[in-house]
Design a binder for this molecule. Structure first.
Ligand code: NDP
Ligand SMILES: O=C(O)C1=N[C@H](C(=O)O)C[C@H](O)C1
Length: 252
């Protein structure tokens, strides 16, 4: 007797990430791609197709409605779409409170190396007076700075605060708008959009006479697929909101 495959739907199926996820799901022997939902489609199609898990790689303007629909229909969700702040996360938690048993795994970056970059940056944060983030992406990316850069900055700022670190040294008194990047928490974040790039990030730490650079490069969207498939397989046994791929990995 063969075990039944987990029925999976993909929102944004014709997008850069969505198309890659569809191919990865099709290639996985334990998963079955049952619905490909694009902008303008009725999401009821994924319920009618029997999806148990939906994956969302769409747009910050679209993702909340997709999550609300899935939670309301008892479908677990893996969210890679960016644009989440604390207010949005609270809304998702409220929806989940009315749907016991439903799981949402949300991660701004499903690449293992990017998760490790964030973990290492958080560990390094308390040792250095200065830190800045440079994120570099393909020019068709809708949002800036990236979700990954924002999460990295918030984690670094929290680690600095916990260690009692004061403001960063910076004597700038005159600057063109944007010259010092955007502040996320207290961390300057600089966003580069350049043809030829996929998804890259550098975290620069500065101390007396030394620089530590932690860099991650996604050279191809295949880099996100092991993390996405891990989340697809895990989300059904994780009711509530799971924030970040690191919760599904053994990083000890
Ligand atoms: N977490 C992670 O590891 C990663 C996250 N991302 C994030 O994923 C998101 C998508 O990125 P990317 O694939 O490059 O973007 P794309 O623009 O290539 O793809 C998005 C797709 O979603 C479609 N779409 C828009 N609204 C809806 C809707 N309501 N329902 C279904 N489909 C819809 C779009 O259709 P149309 O074009 O017709 O509007 C498009 O086909 C971004 O937020 C990005 O930051 C990206 C890479 C990795
Ligand atoms: O849009 C992208 O491409 C990516 N988006 C995510 C983000 O905003 O952090 C993840 C990765 O950087 C690729």
């Amino acid at each position: 007797m063969t075990a039944s495959r987990l029925p999976v739907a993909v929102f944004g199926a014709r997008g850069r990430m969505g198309a890659t996820v569809c191919a990865a799901v099709r290639a996985a022997p334990d998963l079955e791609l049952v619905a490909e939902v694009e902008a303008g489609d009725d999401p009821q199609m994924l319920v009618d197709a029997g999806a148990r898990v939906a994956v969302d790689f769409t747009h910050p303007d679209a993702v909340m409605e997709n999550i609300r629909f899935c939670i309301g229909h008892g479908v677990h969700v893996v969210v890679g779409t960016t644009g989440f702040d604390d207010a949005r996360l609270d809304v998702v938690r409220r929806w989940l409170a009315d749907a016991p048993g439903v799981g949402v795994v949300l991660a701004p970056n499903f690449a293992l190396g990017a998760v490790l970059m964030m973990v290492f940056a958080e560990k390094a944060a308390k040792y250095f007076p200065s830190v800045e983030i440079i994120e570099l992406h393909h020019p068709r990316k809708a949002d800036a700075p990236s979700g990954t850069a924002q999460l990295t900055a918030r984690r670094i700022a929290a680690a600095r605060a916990a260690a009692g670190r004061g403001p960063m040294p910076d004597a700038t008194t005159t600057a063109l708008d944007g010259a010092r990047g955007a502040r996320v928490a207290e961390v300057p974040v600089h966003a580069v959009r350049l043809s030829g790039l996929v998804a890259h990030q550098e975290v620069l730490f500065g101390g007396d006479g030394e620089i530590l650079t932690i860099r991650h490069d996604s050279l191809d969207r295949s880099s996100f697929m092991p993390g996405v498939l891990l989340a697809v397989r895990a989300v059904g046994s994780r009711p509530g909101l799971t924030l970040g791929l690191e919760n599904l990995l053994d990083l000890d």
